[in-house]
Write a protein that binds this ligand. Structure first.
Ligand code: OGA
Ligand code: CA
Ligand code: FE2
Length: 493
């Protein structure tokens, strides 16, 4: 054996010169070095015992791993959030769902990067990254001309309704019920708590509460009409505010009349179900969205129906986010069914927006992303006295990014960041966007929103609940009254 390479290496010496025998199979060692003490019969037995103990431990470990995580729970929902990799299971303690699901996020690489995607057999689409904040992509030719036509026709057949009603009731009663003093109301409105009401504080309030899109000029006009701003500095002090009646602004506006162009949103829309039995084109679109987003088909199936929107010439949609912020007390509209808590804050949780352009608009109508890829995000600086970046009737040209509506093109973006653990994290503030005013012709778009609850447990519970409903009921479950449920859930600014 001396001539074998093994033997040569066994006699290698360390730099210190001491001999370090390389471990070898016991029998080889026995025959090769009978004179050495470490090659004795007892040494052999010690090694064998340790060897068997080691093997035993490995086997025990494998059994443990198998039985603690690999077991299928027979009660598990077929629809519990199932990511690309693993299925959700109920933990042995019951009640909680183990969070072992990952939602895939498409990688943007860098702005301008083009990646090929396979969405329909025999065809390759190109997907271009438009921004990283928000993560936003554009896919030309996502829909064929025929598909665009069918969707528009189906929407017309179903009938479209005004996206925003002119008057919102119930606010006055609320104020009366609460019996707030002028000081208390002033404090609510004074967002930056500097003891003065800036124009933008009143504007934000009127947009969120009444859905009326006042401009700084409108507001100055109202101040003048009401003689509210005595010292004419553009600010309302508590003293000035006290002299106004609680509904002075609303009263003034109603008397003067509000035009549709002064609303947050000036369009008509309808909802088209995409489940079993729906027109093949609608089912195909859903399937394609699933492939595009790499999300579990169940998540897409359980999301809102397709929303088809029509803007007449002059129509617009001021900047907004499709989803609400994530606070501990907020609940998602789509999982409310399964939430066993009552909450005062309900919002739509739309992880992804896929927006389809169904026609090429002759003039205007771009989708604007005012702060896309901004270095920082500052809510306050969005509305300055001279420029209001949220105003898509006036300031689309100042938006960081605008997408021209081209028939068949789809854009999609994430309204939430990742939580870093494969689930939905915080709202992405950069996802702010709006529809610029249509200057020539009309504009048709469709929205496919993919709903995911940032609270994993609520999403899992919801999916389990829906999976237990009879099939025809569960088809309807995601949006039993979509027309009313989703028409007013956009978070306006
Ligand atoms: C929407 C929306 C943008 C557009 O419908 O939520 O943001 O360009 N639409 O119409
Ligand atoms: Ca203030
Ligand atoms: Fe939107």
């Amino acid at each position: 054996m001396t001539g074998s390479p093994d033997a040569a290496r066994a006699e290698d010496t360390t730099p210190s010169g001491s001999s370090t025998p390389r471990p070898r199979p016991p029998c080889e060692r026995l025959s090769g070095c009978q004179k050495s003490g470490v090659c004795s019969r007892s040494y052999f037995w010690v090694v064998m015992v340790f060897f068997h103990l080691y093997i035993f431990n490995v086997i025990a470990l494998l059994f443990y791993v198998h039985y603690s995580s690999g077991q299928e729970d027979p009660n598990r929902s077929r629809d519990a959030p199932s990511g690309g990799r693993a299925d959700s299971t109920r933990s042995p303690s019951g009640g909680e769902f183990l969070r072992d699901v990952s939602l895939t996020r498409v990688d943007g690489i860098r702005v301008g990067h083009v990646q090929k995607v396979s969405l329909v057999p025999g065809k390759v689409h190109e997907m271009r990254t438009l921004s990283l904040k928000p993560l936003l992509f554009e896919i030309p030719g996502f829909l064929s001309d025929d598909e665009c036509r069918v969707v528009m026709q189906l929407a017309q057949l179903k009938g479209l309704m005004e996206s925003q009603l002119m008057v919102q009731d119930g606010q006055e009663e609320l104020a009366k019920e609460l019996n707030l003093s002028p000081e208390e109301i002033f404090n609510l409105l004074d967002i930056n708590q500097d003891g003065q009401l800036q124009l933008r504080e009143i504007l934000t309030h009127s947009r969120v509460r009444d859905g009326i899109w006042l401009t700084p000029e409108n507001l100055r006009e109202i101040y003048a009409g009401l003689k509210a701003d005595k010292n004419n500095d553009g600010l309302l002090s508590l003293k000035e505010f006290r002299l106004l009646s609680s509904d002075a602004f609303q009263h003034f506006l109603l008397q003067r009349g509000v035009k549709r162009s002064q609303l947050v949103r000036n369009s008509r829309h309808t909802w088209l179900y995409q489940g079993q039995g729906a027109h093949q084109v609608l089912q195909d679109i859903k399937e394609r969205v699933t492939r595009l987003t790499h999300l579990p088909p169940t998540l897409v199936d359980l999301s809102e129906p397709l929303q088809v929107v029509h803007y007449e010439e002059g129509g617009h949609y001021h900047a907004h986010r499709d989803s609400g912020p994530v606070y501990p007390e907020t609940a998602c509209t789509h999982t409310l069914l399964a939430a066993n808590t009552s909450t005062p804050f309900e919002t739509s949780c739309r992880y992804i927006t896929v927006l389809f352009y169904l026609n090429t608009v002759e003039g205007g109508g771009e989708t604007a992303f005012p702060v896309a890829d901004n270095r920082t995000y500052d809510e306050m600086s969005l509305i300055q006295n001279d420029v209001d970046l949220l105003d898509t009737r006036r300031n689309c040209d100042k938006s960081n990014l605008r997408v021209r509506p081209t028939k068949g093109t789809a854009v999609f973006w994430y309204n939430y960041l990742s939580d870093g653990k494969g689930w939905v994290g915080e709202q992405d503030e950069y996802s702010l966007h709006g529809g610029c005013v249509v200057t020539h012709g009309t504009k048709w778009v469709a929205n496919k929103w993919i709903n995911v609850d940032p609270d994993y447990q609520r999403q899992a519970r919801y999916q389990q609940l829906v999976s237990q409903l009879p099939q025809d009921e569960s088809d309807e479950a995601p949006a039993p009254n979509a027309d009313t449920q989703h028409s007013s859930v956009h978070q306006e600014l």
